[in-house]
Ligand binder design. Structure first.
Ligand code: ATP
Length: 391
């Protein structure tokens, strides 16, 4: 028993092939194999670089700074007036239009817009616009229906973007502009995808133009612009060639055709105290409703470097896939070609149950002293064979 197991174990099985000498199937087979090889070489290996190990877990830090002066409501506005928040984060707003309600005190007054969320006292009062509900809160109430010209100079403002990234898998660190850039150049350059792609200073008007937006419309209503910094790095080449690519989109484009909320705005207030005596000083505030262009700097990255593991896996996949041509050829050969039945007969050897039973009983051949390779027929006509080795 043990000996039989050992001899069974140390055997080698190989598939029996049928060689079909047909021009048509032969050509189809070779063409399919060629297409599979071209697909793996050109697309999988050269285009998709399947021989590389990839790292998309990019670590990134973004710093921004805006510069420029503008006029709004007869006042000169500088960066501290129109950028929020002021820290220079990856998400920041440039205010284009402000509706200012000055000297608001806590008290009772007529509401201006019935849609604003106020605490209504239930009383009716006369106002310059006629009868109104009385409200309790910061008075006078804000009137955001006033026509206000946006600050048109925003178009010429510049945004400085400083982005450093790291691919942790390869420990590669890069910055979005070369260390060789000097102050004179950085102060005078503006980004241009063709002539000045290393310049980290972006003109607001240019950014809006790249997204296909009209400046006067977005300045009126506000909006959200995405600046995408994409790092696609082939680290088999020099690290110096690992450079950012910028693309620009309007992120809130889907809402532009809406009847409501077409742009972007927010409110903030500056709080003061009156001067009447040290003890009973009263709080008052200036409320601002700000329409702003909100910029989101989004950083994405993918780095790849040669590695033996993906190379071997994809090579094996490629060689295995070359064999797929036979599946298609078999379908044609066994169904659509002249003499398909004969091919079928050659390819599939049919064995009936009775034959199997006879073959399974061959162990007893030796006991019955039937010679190896000797053919015996039974009553049903099935021909069986005594093999010289056990099944
Ligand atoms: N939005 C911008 N437009 C044009 N140049 C800018 C802008 N932001 C910064 N810079 C210039 O880029 C360089 C680097 O800016 P950084 O903020 O690191 O230095 P800084 O000397 O503190 O800048 P600042 O001129 O604001 O004092 C500086 O020369 C700065 O003037």
């Amino acid at each position: 028993m043990l000996w039989r197991f050992i001899t069974d174990f140390f055997t080698y099985e190989t598939t029996k092939s049928v060689v079909v000498k047909s021009w048509s199937v032969g050509i189809i087979n070779r063409v399919v194999q060629l297409l599979i090889i071209i697909y793996f070489v050109c697309w999988v290996f050269l285009h998709e670089k399947a021989y590389q190990v990839k790292d998309s877990g990019i670590e990134s830090s973004v710093m921004t700074k805006v510069k420029g002066f503008g006029y709004h409501n007869n006042r000169v506005m500088d960066v501290a007036d129109y950028v929020a928040p002021t820290q220079g984060a990856a998400v920041f707003c440039i205010i284009t239009k402000l509706i200012v309600t000055e000297q608001q005190f806590q008290g009772l007054c007529p509401e201006v817009s019935p849609f604003q969320s106020r605490i209504i006292t239930g009383a009716c009062v006369n106002s310059s616009e006629g009868g109104r509900c009385e409200m309790e809160g910061w008075c006078p109430a804000e009137n955001d229906k006033v026509i206000m010209q946006p600050m048109m100079e925003v178009e010429n403002f510049t945004i400085f973007i400083k982005n450093s990234i790291r691919f942790p898998m390869f420990n590669v660190t890069r910055g979005n502009f070369p260390s060789s850039l000097n102050t004179t150049y950085i102060r005078s350059c503006t980004y241009d995808p063709e002539h000045n792609r290393h310049c980290p200073i972006f003109k607001v008007g240019d950014v809006l133009r790249y997204t296909g937006q009209n400046f006067s419309t977005i300045a009126q209503t506000g909006g959200e612009i995405g600046i995408n910094i994409e790092w696609e790095c082939n680290l088999d080449e020099s690290e110096e060639r690992c450079e950012p690519h910028y693309s620009f989109t309007r992120l809130d484009a889907v809402f532009q055709k809406n009847a409501i909320s077409q742009g972007y705005n927010f409110r903030f207030a500056k709080y003061y105290k009156t001067e009447n005596g040290m003890e009973n000083r009263t709080d008052f505030r200036t409320l601002h409703k700000a329409y702003a262009i909100r910029f989101d700097i989004l950083v994405t990255g993918l780095a790849g470097k040669f590695n033996t593991v993906p190379t071997l896996i994809n090579l094996v996949a490629a060689f295995t896939s070359v064999g797929l041509g036979t599946v298609l050829c078999d379908i044609i050969l066994l169904n659509f070609l002249k003499g398909a039945d004969q091919y079928k007969a050659k390819k599939f050897e049919e064995v009936s149950e009775s034959q199997i039973q006879i073959l399974l009983s061959q162990e007893s051949c030796s006991q019955l002293s039937i010679k190896p390779e000797e053919k015996i027929s039974d009553d049903s006509g099935a021909v069986s064979l005594c093999l010289d080795q056990q099944l």
